[in-house]
Each structure stands twice: as C-alpha cells, then as structure tokens.
Write a new protein. Structure first.
Lengths: 166, 498
C-alpha cells in the first residue's frame, strides 16, 4: 500500500496503489498495466486504452512525459516526502530568497539589473546568447536583487546560479 | 552533367539535398564539423568529410576550405542549402573562378538583391510595388524628417545591408527620429560594416506571403504559386502553408506576376523566393528576395508535385526548364510545422542534448524532413531546428487534420521540443478562419506564457501522466526485502551451515 501526491500544472492529485494492476486516483478506481519498451518508452494500459508514452526521468521525483504530442512535467512524491517538502518550502519563504539559474548553456551578453534593484516577476533580468539567439532570462519572483554571480561576456553552464532575488 | 555535389550545409536541408542526389544518381558529399560527427547528414551522404571545429566560421562558413575540398575530391558542384554561404556573393564569385558550379544564382543577382536600397530601386523600375519610402540612404535629418512626415507615421528605419532585425527601428513620434537614426546607423555599422539606413512606411499587421520562382539560364521564368508564412515568432517562421488560402484568384494572379517581374529584373536563375507584405486593404509590397532554397520549400513541392532541389540541380548544369507554366496546378493544400529544440514556456529558450528516441509520424499525406536520428547531438552551435513535419490534403481542413495526427504520433526524447504548442496554434479559431497576421504569436500566444496556453487546450491525458508518474516512482523506490537464495543445488549456501 503506497500513497503518492502528484503535482501537475498547479494541480495536486492523490493516488493509491491498491495492487499490482489496480490504482485509485482522486477517489476513482482504474485498472492499469505498465510495460517498458526501451529506456525512455513505456506502454501504459489504463482500463481499455493503451498509451505509448515517452518518459525522461529528471530526478528521483520529477519526470517529463509526452503523450500523443502533449508534454507533461510531473512531480511525484510519497505523502511523507510531500509533507517534508511543504515544510522546507515554508521555511524558504520566511528567508524569502529565490535563486535564478541558467536554463541552458550560453554566454551572458548583458545584465540588466544591479544589486539593490527592484524586480517584478516576469521582468527580464539578463540576456543570454545561445544557438545564435539572444534569450531574455526573466525573474521567477518579485523582490530586490541581493547578489549577482553572473558576469557579462562570460559563459555559463546549464543550472548555474546567475542572480539572487530576495 | 553534374556527377558529384558537395553539400555545404548541415541538418535537415543537407539530408534533403542528398536524397535528391541519390534519386538523380549523383554522388553526394557531406561535410561536417566536430559537433556534427553523429548527425544524420553525415550518415546519408555517399562520402563525408570532416572540415573543422564546431564554430560555424571554422566549418560551414569557411568558404575557402570548402572550395579547396571540392577541388581535391573532384566535386563539380556545390549546393549551399540555406543560411551559411548560400547568399554570400563573394563565395559564389570564388566558385565561379575555381570552375565549380554553384547551385544557385550568379553572384551579380545576389549582389543586386542583397543591398536593400538597390533592390528597392530596381523593383520600382520594374513595376513591382515597394513599401512607400526612400530608395536611397538617408543623408540629413531634415530630409529624413520631411520624408517621414510625407509618408505618415509610424515609419520604419531599416539598414540597407540589413537582416535579422539589426539596425531596424520603429518610429511613432517625429521627435524620436534623430536619436533613432543615430542608434540605427551605429548598430548597422557594427553588424554589417555599412551604416546606410533608409525609411519605409510601417505596415500595420500585415500577412507575410511569398512566391516561389524557378528560372533557368535560358531566360525561362516560372512561378509555383505562393506560401503564407505569417505565423512567426522572433521574426522566425514556425508554420507555413501553401497556397495562401485567404488570397483571391485576382490577387494571386497579380502577386505571382509581380514576383516573375522581380526575378527577371535581376536576371535570375535558380529557385528563388520573392517575399511580400500584404496589408489589410489587399495591397501588397515587395519585402525582399531570397536568392536560395527556402526552409519551407516542401509545401510548394507538395501542392505542385515539383521537386525543387532536382530542378535547381538541372538548372545549374544548364538544362532548360521542361515544365510549362500552364501545367503547374495547385493540387491541394500543404502545411509545414518547424520542430525546434526549445522550451516554449521558458520564452522559447533553445534546448540541447542527445536524441535518445525518435519515432516518426507516418501514413497518408505525411512527409518529414529531418536532420536528426537516434544518438545525434543537438548542440549550442547551430540553429535549433530538428525537423519539419509537412502534411498534404485535398483541402486545408484535411491538411490540418493530418498535421494534428502527425504531431500526436511524433515522439522525440532527449531535448525539449515545441510540438505541444503547435496543438494550440492548429486549434486556434483565428488560425482556422484566416484572421491572422505576422503578429499573431506575439499578440495572442506570448501573453499566455508560461503554461497558460495549455489551459486553452482540451487536456485528454492529464490522468495518464499522473498515473504513469506514480507507477514509475513506485517501481523505482520499492525497497526490496533481502532474499537469501538458497536452493538445494547451491552447494556453497549449504556447506556454510553444514
């Protein structure tokens, strides 16, 4: 008996695994059957329909799927993990800082904000050049720029911290 | 007769050209950079040569190296594809001097069309309508001011040597003109080494419609009807279709005639495209001429049944066009979606990685031109376009239905793609009824980022994703109880107790 909380597009779903081939999702029961075709391809039968799904495991709790051309980024946690995560999130809110990371490898062309500047969520904060194109990196939170670790004309890796908003 | 073609390009277009070579029994030669070792174009060509580092200037843009290689391996022609060296008049001259056939126009035609003010003058002289404005560079602020006021605000400043939006400014207030001219000139100087800028009237919410041309070296000119390429983001086309279904037969006749006149004006031979802007009042204006094969050429191939790459090769070796204008008919409707490695919700940020899984769509009316296959790399060095899905139907509705089906079937793992977002476009009422212009994505889609556009789609698979996530997590995280294998025949296990 395992209980999971699944987050998808700002919605949370509760799922219970009842047996090998039965689950309960948000109160309704489904017959399921899963087979793996290759490292990234699965066949999932739900009741009477079979879906061929591609999957990319991003980490132990986050998956990217595509189903019939629709893409999904899904976070799945056991109910215990979910509680621990909520607790950590609240703590982070108290200290209130958000670190902007580079979404791709590239070259920092221009930093549009200085330490101490006010930023609104969604506002461009720096320009990153990758694949011949300039990309605007936008703030994922509102607040004041606490520190900037990115440097103009230097290259960054994917996931590298660029700037902290507090 | 051309016997061996060096393809000076990469990605899907290099693959496309190699396929035409195979059909014509011509030896195809691929060139590749360090980053493209595992790319598909290297796998499909008859011969493949490594030409340098990943940076394009060391490889695909290194014209001297490419001509040298062509000479050494006995290639009699070079096909430039699109981008890279395809519209480089100097490179074409070098090919001409080295006695290698350039599969494209003469360097003279490219020069005539490459300079925007020169092209505008030429078009005006040949009865091709141009956007109202100057046909020469601006020399004084006073002159610029009087021109701007005469044609009416808003106006655009554009660089004569321009492209890619560099040196371009929109002016809404006359007081901003002086400063805009200074900064546009500065930007143009930096980008192109030429600070000539000119003024054009700003066309409000136009459609981008372009005409496909074929011309041989014997003065024969054909048009292959038009394409509507209004669905663009960041001035890059994402969906193209042929024909432009909102065009009346009368306008179609007018614009295709203008396009043929434009090609004649620069003594053009090869396949070429004349781009026009159509305003809301059914007037159209010359935008520019692309003196090469276009990314979106397959939609024209599907509606006319003519293989443009093979025609290019035949024209280059001096053959006369055998097709007659009256025999070219619109046989149906075709749509193309450009599949990019990008994260739409991260403001279209490019995505890199290795292709781990690739399942192509198939069935009636479907064509995929691709540059990727299993284990090819999508690197930071080049354009993030992975492939193009092109569908054909008896009418637009059938082409769209087939496109939606194709995008449901198409699977790519290893990079993030824009496939999902096409479902939003293809289901949008404005797209379906033709009420769109070049600002469609900017005005209607961008404001729904990140993620909100998904809520406008009927989501049929959310539950499936949720169930799969839980089952995979459950499968991976199950703590398996330790089981000691101790079968009767396991002597080692037995003896430890005996």
């Amino acid at each position: 008996m395992n209980d999971y909380t699944i987050s998808l597009n700002d919605n949370k779903h509760n799922l219970k695994i009842l047996s090998n081939n039965k689950i309960e999702l948000n109160g309704a029961n489904f017959d399921v059957e899963l087979s793996q075709l290759s490292k990234s391809v699965f066949l999932l039968k739900v009741n009477n329909r079979v879906y061929q799904v591609t999957s990319n495991k991003n980490n132990s709790e986050n998956y990217s799927f595509t189903i019939a051309g629709y893409s999904y980024n899904v976070t799945v946690r056991t109910n215990l993990e979910e509680k621990a995560n909520d607790y950590l999130k609240n703590k982070a809110k108290e200290s209130g800082s958000e670190i902007i990371k580079s979404p791709m490898p590239g070259l920092i062309v221009k930093i549009l904000k200085k330490v101490g500047d006010n930023v609104q969520m969604g506002e461009p904060i720096l320009l990153l050049e990758a694949m011949k194109m300039e990309n605007e990196i936008r703030a994922s939170a509102s607040g004041i720029v606490k520190s900037i670790s990115a440097k103009e004309n230097s290259s960054v890796e994917k996931g590298e911290s660029l700037l902290e908003i507090g | 007769m051309i016997k061996k073609i060096l393809i000076a390009n990469r990605g899907e277009i290099a693959v496309r050209i190699a396929k035409a070579c195979t059909e014509m029994k011509i030896t195809s030669v691929a060139v590749y950079s360090e980053a493209d070792k595992y790319s598909l174009h290297v796998r499909v060509a008859d011969e493949a040569y490594h030409i340098g580092n990943s940076v394009a200037s060391d490889s695909y843009l290194n014209g001297d190296k490419i001509i040298e290689l062509a000479k050494n391996i006995g290639a009699d022609a070079i096909h430039p594809g699109y981008g890279f060296l395809s519209e480089n008049a100097n490179f074409i001259k070098k090919c001409e001097n080295a006695g290698i056939i350039f599969i494209g126009p003469s360097s003279k035609s490219v020069e005539m069309m490459g300079d925007k003010t020169r092209a505008r003058t030429l078009m005006k002289q040949n009865n091709v309508p141009i956007v109202p404005g100057t046909t020469e560079g601006i020399s004084t602020y006073e002159e610029a001011k009087s021109v701007a006021l005469e044609i009416g605000l808003p106006v655009m400043l554009k660089a004569s040597a321009g492209g890619g939006g560099k040196g371009m400014r929109k002016i809404e207030h006359i007081d901003d003109l002086k400063q805009a001219i200074d900064s546009a000139k500065n930007e143009a100087k930096k980008a192109f080494g030429n600070d000539t800028v000119y003024i054009e009237k700003f066309i409000e919410n136009p459609k981008h419609i372009e005409v496909q041309i074929l011309a041989d070296k014997h003065g024969n000119y054909l048009h292959l009807f038009e394409r509507d390429c209004s669905i663009q983001r960041r001035h890059q086309k994402v969906v193209e279709e042929a024909p432009a279904f909102t065009l009346t037969p009368k306008l179609r006749a007018k614009v295709t005639l203008a396009a043929v006149n434009a090609a004649k004006a620069c003594n053009y031979y090869n396949a070429g495209t004349i781009e026009f802007l159509f305003d809301q009042k059914e007037s159209f204006y010359f935008l520019e001429m692309n003196t090469r094969l276009q990314v979106e050429h397959p939609v024209t191939e599907l509606i006319t049944g003519i293989d443009l790459v093979k025609e290019q090769i035949k024209i280059a070796q001096g053959d006369k066009l055998t097709i007659k204008q009256e025999d070219i008919k619109i046989l149906g409707h075709a749509i193309e979606c450009r599949i990019y490695a990008e994260d739409v919700d991260a403001n279209f940020a490019p995505s890199t990685g290795k292709i781990l899984h690739h399942r192509l769509p198939s069935g009636p009316g479907i064509r995929v031109d691709r540059g990727i296959d299993i284990h090819s790399d999508v690197s930071v060095y080049y354009d993030p376009m992975l492939s193009k899905v092109i569908t054909f139907g008896r009418d637009r509705n059938e082409a769209i239905a087939r496109m939606i089906r194709s995008l449901e079937e198409y699977q790519i793992v290893g990079v993030t793609t824009n496939i999902h977002a096409f479902h939003w476009i293809l289901n949008n009422p404005l797209f379906l009824n033709g009420n769109f212009d070049i600002n469609f994505i900017d005005n209607k889609f961008i404001k729904l980022l990140p993620g909100k556009w998904k809520t406008e789609l009927d989501d049929k698979y959310e539950n499936i994703a949720v169930i799969l996530a839980a089952l995979l997590k459950d499968k991976d995280s199950k703590t398996k109880p330790f089981k000691r294998e101790c079968k009767p025949e396991n002597q080692w296990g037995k003896s430890s107790y005996e």
